[in-house]
Design a protein around this ligand. Structure first.
Ligand code: ADP
Length: 475
């Protein structure tokens, strides 16, 4: 069998083994073709498939046939003739004559396409031109048949010379050939189209499988990476705590006085140790958030107090940098159900970033508002505000700093992602803060995104979902 691809079978497309008339030609078209020939020559025309199914039939019952059918023996003889005509196989490219006891005849011709049998064409009954009177076979078939009546009806039968019928048959076959050709062409075209679509689909499926495998491998690698980070971080934390503790003791003079230079060195050890510890804590947090093992101490939180604390903690840092840190919150902010320590971590991180990425003389504003709308899903049930329904808490951390380009605003929430990742980058950091912030906000049922702070700077918008009706926390 010829094959153009795993699923494309040329033999199948060309219908090489099973070319069927009924698959290639529309039945209405066939009927119309037969009707035209019947209208032109007055002789009945029938087309059968190679399996013997009648596909088209044009012609009306001859009066003589109806008369003969009215007599019991006549009906039986008629049925047997018609049955024999139907069954007759003309052979390859054949053309045979089948006589009827009435004196009429049938012509049975093989229909072929592309050197293959596709059906039969039956023309008749009609009277050969040499039959002038009712034959004895007709009168003998049934005593109820009257000679005079039979003779009169016989003369009403269509007459045709054999060569005329041969010409009719040739025309019919030629027309049929044309119809078959265009039918076959349309069939092959549509099959080819289907085959190419199927092949395209198969290739897509194959690619999908490969993609899925690659995705699974990456996910496994990601899991291994998380495990590795968690283990290493954990193991680093213990000795680091000792380093920080001992450097603290040294600088407090527990082992005797230090020279100014020694104090300086010990302070550097302590500060770098703290820096390293916060990185390790960040990695541990991320690991727990990724694996879903982070435990939140959920309780009712006065969010205003959290903001006050964040601002007072970071005001010295802001001052040192020469930027202004403002708190803009209304009185009586709703209470929030959440983990106060983690909420503090979120806003400390965002404000710290604001200070870090804002040049001197700029400003950072921590603004909070209750917003009336239902744009957040009520099914976000991590945290809820003890506030009227259809309201949510929207916190905006706005700075006038270097801003985040539009294309980077989603990516900054990826772990270790930094807009400037060059070795010469101006700002310190690890790229972990925002990925932890995002997960913590989502862990509280909230959302976070970045906006522009025109003309320059960034706004981080954090929203927490509305409370249940009547201000009672949702569970
Ligand atoms: P880090 O600050 O340690 O680099 P983060 O996860 O907190 O990591 O931030 C990721 C990146 O997002 C930063 O490196 C910086 O490029 C960008 N970014 C975060 N906050 C701001 C901000 N307020 N203004 C401009 N860029 C910011």
């Amino acid at each position: 069998m010829t094959s153009a691809g795993p699923d494309v079978d040329i033999e199948d497309i060309l219908l090489a083994d099973r070319l069927r008339l009924e698959d290639l030609v529309d039945r209405d078209g066939l009927r119309e073709l037969c009707a035209t020939f019947h209208a032109l020559f007055g002789i009945s025309v029938r087309i059968y498939s190679s399996e013997g199914t009648l596909l088209a039939d044009a012609g009306s019952e001859q009066e003589l046939c109806a008369y003969v059918n009215g007599a019991t023996q006549g009906r039986l003889a008629c049925a047997s003739t018609v049955g024999a005509v139907k069954e007759q196989d003309p052979g390859p490219n054949g053309d045979v004559v089948h006589p009827c006891f009435t004196g009429a005849i049938y012509r049975i011709l093989a229909l072929e396409y592309d050197a293959r049998r596709v059906g039969r064409l039956i023309i008749g009954p009609f009277l050969p031109t040499n039959v002038a009177s009712a034959p004895a076979s007709l009168l003998a078939i049934d005593p109820a048949i009257a000679q005079e009546r039979a003779q009169a009806l016989l003369l009403k039968m269509p007459r045709a010379k054999p060569e005329t019928v041969t010409r009719i048959a040739a025309h019919l076959k030629a027309s049929l050939d044309l119809i078959l050709f265009s039918g076959h062409k349309a069939h092959v075209t549509s099959k080819m189209h289907l085959a190419s679509v199927r092949e395209g689909y198969r290739q897509l499926e194959e690619r999908n499988v490969r993609l899925q495998e690659a995705f699974d491998r990456l996910r496994e690698l990601d899991r291994l990476k998380s495990n590795f980070l968690a283990t290493v971080s954990h193991e680093l934390r213990t000795p680091l705590t000792s380093i920080i503790g001992y450097s603290e003791m040294l600088s407090e003079g527990l082992t005797g006085d230090l020279t100014a230079e020694q104090k300086d060195f010990v302070k550097t050890i302590h500060d770098k140790g703290e820096q390293l510890l916060s990185l390790i804590m960040g990695l541990l947090d991320l690991g727990k958030l990724e694996s879903g093992t982070m435990r939140m101490q959920m309780r009712q939180v006065r969010i205003g107090a959290v903001f006050d604390e964040v601002v007072s903690t970071l005001t010295p840092t802001a001052r040192k940098k020469g930027v202004v840190l403002r708190l803009d919150t209304p009185n009586g902010l709703a209470e929030l159900r959440g983990d106060p320590e983690r909420l503090r971590q979120v806003f400390l991180n965002l404000v710290e970033n604001g200070i870090k990425f804002t040049p001197p003389d700029g400003s950072i504003t921590l603004q909070a508002r209750m917003v009336e709308d239902d744009s957040m899903n009520s099914d976000m049930d991590g945290v809820s505000l003890l506030a009227p329904s259809r309201s949510r808490l929207e916190v905006r951390v706005m700075d006038t700093g270097i801003g985040i380009p539009l294309g980077e605003r989603e990516k900054v929430f990826d772990a270790f992602y930094q807009v400037d990742s060059s070795s010469t980058r101006e700002y310190g950091g690890t790229g972990l803060g925002l990925s932890i912030v995002k997960r913590l906000v989502e862990g509280h049922g909230g959302k976070i995104h970045v906006e522009d702070n025109a003309p320059n700077g960034t706004v981080f918008v954090v929203s927490f979902p509305r409370a249940a009706p009547n201000g009672v926390e949702a569970t």
